[in-house]
Design a protein around this ligand. Structure first.
Ligand SMILES: Nc1ncnc2c1ncn2[C@@H]1O[C@H](COP(=O)(O)OP(=O)(O)OP(=O)(O)O)[C@@H](O)[C@H]1O
Length: 302
């Protein structure tokens, strides 16, 4: 099912071009990552998808509808980067209010508010007011708000920024669990996190959509291996590995991490891995990790 379609989408703020002629078609399914440097236009794109901003040129369709169409009520939700709640009202009353805006009666709205608070493990703060929550808790409440009514599309702008590692992991697990019925588009600078969660990565730079990378195909069908060593003489390793049959290239941009490109001969990986382990045994070199494919960082920036 086509969830998002943008054609020739541009947004200017005065003379500033924040988005330039973006063409994009996204299907529902696994989470999709949106990455790009500061000021690339990610928030602007999210705001156009939600209908918070109107395009300077081009069109947006969500499930075939214009972003502000009443048909999308409850079907699309967003977690803005700087989401805030009213400091004077309890969490439950605010979440229930948002549920009522989607047409639920007061009993259903209360149950829905509790359901989404349970999803983010925060049912115990239901009767509290926002100022009594920590930054991480406020973020999780904002994520709960985006999940009201089980929308088909949820846009998350930096969902785990400021969360401790345990809570960030919980949010990732929640996204994974809900993914069959909700498609998440996640904007983040945390490439490790996106790599764990997303199959497709969109790269936006200076308002233009560049690469669209399929993590699945780049990891399964690729001819790359990423090797992390415990400690080693990098030059000696590059020299020795470079001489193993099938190696096209070996590079190292981070201490102890090597990206090895193999030619595409059938069974090359098995033969190469055997030769690599034999080399480690001969040289008494200890490896930490050998991964098929390249990291997202390597794929985007090498
Ligand atoms: N309201 C505005 N008025 C003028 N310029 C704006 C406005 N909002 C954003 N911009 C500019 O548009 C460009 C894109 O901004 P945007 O916030 O969409 O980027 P971003 O990719 O979300 O950045 P970050 O990763 O820092 O959050 C930037 O150059 C920004 O300065």
């Amino acid at each position: 099912m086509i969830l998002i379609q943008c054609q020739g989408l541009s947004k200017h703020y005065g003379s500033k071009k924040a988005l330039n002629n973006v063409n994009l078609t996204l299907e529902s399914g696994a989470p999709i990552a949106l990455v790009g440097p500061n000021g690339a236009g990610k928030t602007t794109l999210f705001s156009l998808l939600c209908g918070y901003l109107t395009p300077s040129a081009g069109t947006v369709r969500i499930l075939g509808e214009a972003p502000n169409s009443p048909a999308l009520l409850g079907q699309i939700a967003a977690l803005p980067q700087d989401a805030t709640l009213d400091p004077n009202l309890t969490i439950i009353s605010q979440l229930s209010f948002f549920a009522r805006l989607q047409g639920m009666d007061s009993k259903q709205a209360n149950q829905e508010a509790l359901r989404v608070l349970n999803l983010v493990d925060l049912a115990e703060v239901a009767q509290q007011k926002p100022p009594s929550l920590s930054h991480g808790m406020s973020k999780r409440v904002a994520i709960a708000q985006a999940l009201i009514g089980s929308p088909k599309l949820v846009l998350l702008d930096e969902p785990t920024a400021g969360l401790d590692p345990a809570n960030a992991k919980k949010i990732r697990e929640l996204v994974r669990t809900l993914s069959p019925s909700t498609t998440f588009v996640i904007s983040s600078h945390n490439l490790d996190e996106l790599e764990k969660l997303c199959d497709q990565v969109l790269y936006l730079d200076k308002g233009e959509l560049g690469q669209s990378i399929s993590m699945r195909s780049s990891n399964s069908g690729s001819d790359y291996l990423t090797l992390t060593m415990e400690s080693c003489d990098s030059e000696a390793l590059i020299q020795a590995v470079g001489q193993i049959a099938g190696v096209v290239n070996i590079t190292s941009k981070q201490a102890h991490v090597f990206v090895i490109q193999l030619d595409d001969t059938a069974n090359r990986h098995y033969e190469f891995e055997t030769a690599l382990l034999t080399l480690f045994k001969q040289q008494h070199w200890q490896y930490k990790m050998l991964l098929k494919g390249r990291t997202l960082e390597e794929t985007l920036f090498s």
